[in-house]
Design a protein around this ligand. Structure first.
Ligand SMILES: Nc1ncnc2c1ncn2[C@@H]1O[C@H](COP(=O)(O)OP(=O)(O)OP(=O)(O)O)[C@@H](O)[C@H]1O
Ligand SMILES: [Zn+2]
Length: 798
């Protein structure tokens, strides 16, 4: 056997099951505190994770109170994780080929590999016990690995997130003809079939020489048949590749900086470059449409020229499409995207490219941070205030912004830049304390005016108009005007579905999910009641379970209902809705954004999906339909969050001409947050909120740890929580809130109780608190009654 080394995968056996593990450390003398198990085989010749990553994992596990195994699970693509519970599945492509009588099994497979490949072709998928049978107990992992490496099969992801991805054939020029000087003469002296010439011309036009297009699009445009393309493939003028439609086209890498910074941007940039020499972390506070992206581009160019890698993080992958197009414009094939939705083979491919340093710029959400960067030279955390950076479930419950700061510090020279128009209180506080550098950019690009914000007092609307009010008369008028001026409108409502709950008019009964203590949302499109926590669908309820009445009223409203109302009010307008229901396929989100960009949609209705960092030129009006809903939340961050949401969505208006207007429908019109939004006054909001945080000992003045206790029986969960709270108060003299039921008391049949610990910020306190928690957790689990209570820690809950 080859020599063991850190970062290699190895095959081990635990409790009679086989697993692959990653070698984290090597010992020369046998350890004393545990008995080592034998390694059966090594799967890799070169490490698949870096030493820096292993250190990072250790930190995440320690800081976020989970196991390193949890972190590894989240980080490593499933194809790397063979275990006796894995299921291997044949690649579509390979299965298709066989059906079509095409590609034969590769010649140089060993007997074992051949046996397994053949079985896979017949059955499509295999479980490990079956593989064991087929191979009659011979070493199985190396055989499986070989087939995976050859792209014949992949490891099934966890069963619940199974999805079928779309694949298509893409066409590009053969490398011999990618350069125009080679292509020109060919086209000019064309002697072949005219249909083929047409295809070549079109392809050149569509790709400008490099890059590729979907075969179907090309066929349609050229109005020709497949045989034309086949002929060109045979002549080796074109190349075809079948791959996932979500993957980026293959582009040549280049750097193209075809813009210059405005004076304001320039001075912000110079300051940033200067600060980056001094501080590891810097915060860029730039108002909406100030052109933060162009500053990022410049910094990326610098890192790239120095031969370093760049990680550009965004809160949600659904939102990256616009940014990716921009980055590709400037950096072409240097840019790659990392998705949690990639299939296992694609993930491995990218993993390896990052590890080898073959890709320079990675764009991605949270999970991109877990990639094995070779030489990271810059991390940008865009929209750093966004709570989607925090992973909720399952562990590791890490905050990607904060973890990025740690990861960056592990590299030689890797500054971290946080950017936002509405920074989180935590980051701004750190900047004000000098812990981070701060750069502000308080004017919009080209000095475009910030949008004007008006409050529309719902209390003043005549009582005759039935409630709830979806679109006030004033908003209706303004939409009308915007449409007349050929402008676009965004309507923001942070609830999806048609109506979030229905109530029996005679007794007040509200239909709830059977498994979760949550009222059911009516979805008109599906004609179903849906639980937004567990996703269970129910038929409509027409009879009250409590009193038998048939008289129900629907309360409040969601995006679906607004879409209906808007379509009725403006029958000629083109209306679209963007939320998690309308945007299920991963492409339709981008498709919708492109439709809106190209002004094929007049009114876009959406949840917070529409507010994040999108750049549209022709939006003159933004309507915020239910500000009260944003302001009435029992959470210490409510003021900050409401401000961020409203300021961000307002920021979509008038980005190019400065004639943007925002109308906020609200009844609680004296709420201070509304005044700050009206004045676009982040600082005033910050100052007020930070006072509260200090007075009530909330972050950034303390750290919070939320402990969640789950059990089928509510009393058991509660008692376990109580014991833990007691222990923390007495043994660690910590301030503990609760136990209280979680905001949603019951999820998927489990009762949830929580306690919230406020940990002082002095050094050592967090560590001390975690120790007590671990100790108490062990004690609880040794008591029979509590043995099955699941206890999850959420450090720095968002
Ligand atoms: N130096 C520049 N040259 C040309 N165009 C620019 C420049 N700087 C900014 N822009 C343009 O101004 C618009 C706003 O910039 P950008 O989208 O980067 O704003 P932002 O600061 O990211 O705002 P938000 O926080 O709202 O996302 C964009 O259309 C962008 O292309
Ligand atoms: Zn439910």
């Amino acid at each position: 056997m080859a020599a063991a080394a850190i970062g290699l995968r190895c095959e081990v056996s635990l409790r009679n099951k086989k697993y692959t593990g990653i070698i984290k450390n090597l010992f020369k003398v046998p350890p004393k505190d545990f008995t080592p198990l034998p390694i059966y085989s090594l799967l890799d010749k070169a490490p698949i994770v870096t030493a820096v990553q292993l250190k990072f994992w250790e930190w995440i596990a320690d800081y976020y109170q989970c196991s390193e195994g949890d972190v590894m699970q989240a980080a490593v693509p499933s194809n790397f994780k063979l275990s006796s519970e894995s299921i291997i599945r044949i690649e579509d492509e390979f299965a298709d080929d066989v059906l079509a009588g095409g590609k034969q099994l590769d010649q140089d497979l060993s007997d074992e590999e051949f046996l397994l490949a053949e079985a896979l072709q017949i059955r499509g998928e295999l479980r490990f016990p079956e593989i064991q049978q087929i191979l009659e107990g011979r070493k199985i992992y190396p055989v499986v690995k070989k087939l995976i490496d050859r792209g014949l099969c992949y490891i099934e992801q966890s069963l619940k997130e199974k999805y079928k991805e779309k694949k298509a054939v893409f066409i590009r020029f053969h490398p011999d003809y990618q350069k125009d000087e080679n292509l020109e003469p060919l086209l000019n002296n064309w002697k072949g079939a005219p249909a083929q010439l047409k295809v070549l011309m079109l392809l050149r036009h569509m790709t400008l020489g490099d890059g590729d297009v979907m075969q179907s699009a090309l066929l349609k445009k050229a109005a020709t048949s497949l045989s034309t393309i086949k002929a060109l493939l045979d002549k080796k003028m074109l190349v075809a590749e079948r791959r996932s439609v979500t993957r980026l086209p293959v582009l040549a890498p280049f750097i193209e900086m075809d813009f210059s910074l405005s004076a304001a941007q320039k001075s912000a940039f110079d300051l940033l470059v200067d600060l980056m020499q001094q501080k590891k972390v810097n915060l860029l506070h730039g108002v909406t449409a100030s052109g933060k992206t162009h500053l990022y581009l410049k910094l990326m160019e610098q890192a790239l020229s120095a031969g370093k890698q760049v990680l550009y993080m965004l809160p949600e992958i659904a939102l990256t499409a616009q940014i990716i197009r921009r980055l590709q414009h400037h950096f072409g094939g240097h840019v790659a995207v990392y998705h949690s939705r990639f299939n296992p083979n694609e993930r491995v491919e990218l993993w390896e490219k990052v590890l080898q340093g073959e890709v320079q710029i990675i764009v991605g959400a949270r999970s991109a941070l877990l990639l094995p960067f070779k030489d990271l030279g810059l991390i940008i955390v865009d929209e750093e205030h966004d709570s989607s950076y925090k992973q909720q479930d399952p562990a590791p419950r890490y905050h990607a912004r904060d973890a990025a700061i740690y990861y960056g510090a592990l590299f030689e020279q890797c500054p971290v830049l946080l950017g936002s128009a509405t920074p989180s209180l935590e980051s701004y506080y750190n900047a004000s304390q000098g812990k981070y550098g701060l750069v502000t950019l308080l004017e919009r690009f080209e000095n475009v005016a910030m949008p004007v914000i008006e409050l529309d007092n719902l209390n003043m609307i005549p009582k005759e108009i039935p409630r709830p009010i979806l679109i006030s008369p004033e908003l209706e008028t303004q939409i009308q005007e915007a449409l007349k001026a050929q402008k676009q409108v965004i309507l923001f409502q942070n609830r999806r579905g048609y109506s979030p709950y229905q109530i029996c008019n005679s007794c007040g009964w509200i239909p709830q999910c059977k498994h979760c203590a949550v009222s059911l949302t009516y979805h008109k499109g599906r004609n179903k009641l849906v639980c937004h926590y567990c996703g269970t669908e129910y038929p409509l309820v027409t009879t009250c379970a409590a009193c038998g009445s048939h008289d129900f009223q629907r309360k409040k409203f969601g995006t679906e209902q607004i879409e209906e109302a808007v379509a009725a009010l403006f029958p000629k307008a083109r209306v679209a809705r963007m939320d998690y229901d309308s945007v299920k396929g991963k492409f339709s989100h981008d498709a919708m954004i492109q439709l809106f960009e190209s002004r094929k949609i007049d009114i876009l209705i959406g949840t917070q999906m529409v507010v994040k960092g999108l750049d549209f030129e022709h939006v003159s009006l933004v309507g915020i339909l239910d500000a009260d809903g944003l302001l009435n939340f029992a959470d210490f961050r409510v003021g900050e969050r409401a401000f961020q949401l409203m300021e961000q969505v307002s920021g979509r208006a008038g980005r190019k001409d400065g004639k943007g207007k925002v109308l906020i429908q609200v009844s609680n019109i004296h709420h201070p947050v509304l005044q700050y939004v009206q004045q676009h006054d982040y600082l005033a909001m910050y100052q007020e909120e930070i006072q509260h945080r200090k007075a009530f000992k909330y972050p950034p003045f303390t750290r919070l740890i939320r402990l969640i206790f789950k059990h089928r029986d509510t009393h058991t969960a509660r008692q376990a929580a109580e014991r833990m709270a007691q222990a923390l108060r007495q043994l660690a003299s910590l301030e503990v809130l609760g136990p209280a039921t979680a905001p949603i008391e019951r999820v998927r049949g489990q009762y949830l109780w929580e306690i919230l610990i406020k940990v002082p910020k002095q050094p050592g306190q967090l560590q001390r608190c975690k120790k007590v928690i671990d100790h108490q957790r062990a004690i609880l689990q040794s008591i029979k009654e509590f043995a099955r209570v699941q206890i999850a820690a959420d450090v720095d809950p968002a």
